[in-house]
Design a protein. Structure first.
Length: 306
C-alpha cells in the first residue's frame, strides 16, 4: 500500500500558489452553503439529538443545496479567474483508479472500523451499555440483526457516494487541499482544511442538533487520515469520495445515540500512528498533491499531466 506502481514524476509546481483564489473559494463556499443552511437551522432547529432528525422534504432540499456549495464555488471561482486548466486537472483526477486495492479498503472502511471498535470496547467495558433503540444503528440492528447489518454494510457505504461525497469533494480535496499543500505540509494543510470543513457545517449542526465540539474534535483527525489516503493514491478523487462515504457512514448510519469520547481518542491515536509512519510533510510515500503549473492544460487518461 506504500506505492501505487506509478513512476511518473510529479508535474512542475507553481512558484506561488493562488492564495487569492483560495480566499475567494472559501468565502464563496460559506456564502453559498450558509444561504441554505441558516434557514434550515431556523426552521428545523433541534435542541438535542437522540437520533438523526426526521427526514423532511424541506430539510433535505436545503441540506443538499448547501452540500453542493464546495463544488459550485470551485467551478465559479476557477472559471471567473480563467483557470480552466485547473478545472480540467481536477476533473482528470476522477479517472485515477489504478491504485493498490488496499487503499480502496482503507478509504471505505477505516472510519467505520474505528467507530465499530469504539462500540465494541464500550460494550465490553460496560455491561449496561446498549445502542439506543431509536438511533440509526439501533433501528438497523432491530430490523436486520448483526449478521444482516454486516451483509448490507458495503451497500451502505456505496449508497453514500451520490450525496455529499459527490457534491463536495471537487472543491475540498480537488481544489482546496492541493492549494494548501503547495504552501504548507500535508499535516498542517489537513488541520486547516479540517477546521474549515468543520466550521462550515455549523448551521447544519444547529439544524440537526449535533454538538459542535465533539464533531470538530473528530473531523480534524479524520481529515488528516483522508489526506493520507488521497496523497497516497496520487490525488484520486474516487478515493476521496469513497473515504467521505465511509466517514458519512460512520457518523450517521453507525450513530448509536450519543457521541463517543473513546471514538474521538481512537481516531486521534490512529492519526498519530499515520503521521509518525508516513511523515507530516507528505503523509505519503510520494510527493503530496499540489496544483500543476499554469502551462499544463490537459490530463492524460490517468489524470496526469506530461
Amino acid at each position: 500500500m506504500n506505492r501505487t506502481g506509478d513512476s511518473t514524476r510529479s508535474p512542475t509546481r507553481m512558484p506561488q500558489q493562488p492564495m487569492g483564489l483560495l480566499w475567494a473559494y472559501a468565502g464563496s463556499t460559506f456564502v453559498l452553503a450558509w444561504a441554505a443552511w441558516i434557514p434550515a437551522a431556523m426552521l428545523f432547529h433541534n435542541t438535542h439529538r437522540p437520533a438523526l432528525p426526521s427526514v423532511t422534504g424541506g430539510l433535505t432540499v436545503l441540506q443538499t443545496l448547501g452540500a453542493a456549495a464546495p463544488t459550485l464555488a470551485a467551478y465559479l471561482v476557477l472559471r471567473a479567474s480563467g483557470r480552466r486548466d485547473l478545472l480540467a486537472w481536477i476533473g482528470g483526477r476522477y479517472r485515477i483508479w489504478r491504485v493498490h486495492p488496499g487503499w480502496y479498503l482503507t478509504a471505505g472502511l477505516l472510519t467505520p472500523a474505528i467507530t465499530l471498535l469504539s462500540l465494541g470496547v464500550r460494550a465490553l467495558a460496560d455491561p449496561h451499555f446498549q445502542v439506543a433503540p431509536g438511533s440509526p444503528l439501533g433501528e438497523m440492528l432491530g430490523e436486520l440483526g448483526v449478521g444482516g447489518v454486516a451483509l448490507v454494510f458495503p451497500l451502505l457505504i456505496l449508497g453514500q457516494l451520490p450525496s455529499s461525497p459527490l457534491l463536495e469533494e471537487f472543491g475540498w480535496r480537488g481544489f482546496m487541499l492541493p492549494v494548501l499543500q503547495g504552501r504548507w505540509t500535508a499535516l498542517a494543510s489537513s488541520v486547516v482544511l479540517g477546521l474549515v470543513w468543520g466550521v462550515w457545517h455549523l448551521p447544519l449542526m444547529v439544524a440537526t442538533g449535533e454538538p459542535p465540539i465533539p464533531y470538530l474534535l473528530l473531523i480534524v483527525p479524520q481529515t488528516v487520515l483522508m489526506t493520507w489516503v488521497v496523497n497516497s493514491a496520487r490525488g484520486s478523487m474516487l478515493l476521496a469520495m469513497l473515504f467521505h462515504a465511509g466517514l458519512n457512514t460512520a457518523l450517521t448510519t453507525l450513530y448509536a445515540g450519543s457521541w463517543s469520547t473513546l471514538e474521538i481518542l481512537l481516531t486521534w491515536l490512529v492519526t498519530a500512528v499515520v503521521v509518525v509512519r508516513y511523515g507530516p510533510r507528505d503523509l505519503a510515500r510520494r510527493d503530496r498533491v499540489q496544483l500543476p503549473s499554469a502551462s499544463l492544460a490537459t490530463p492524460d487518461s490517468e489524470g496526469r499531466f506530461d
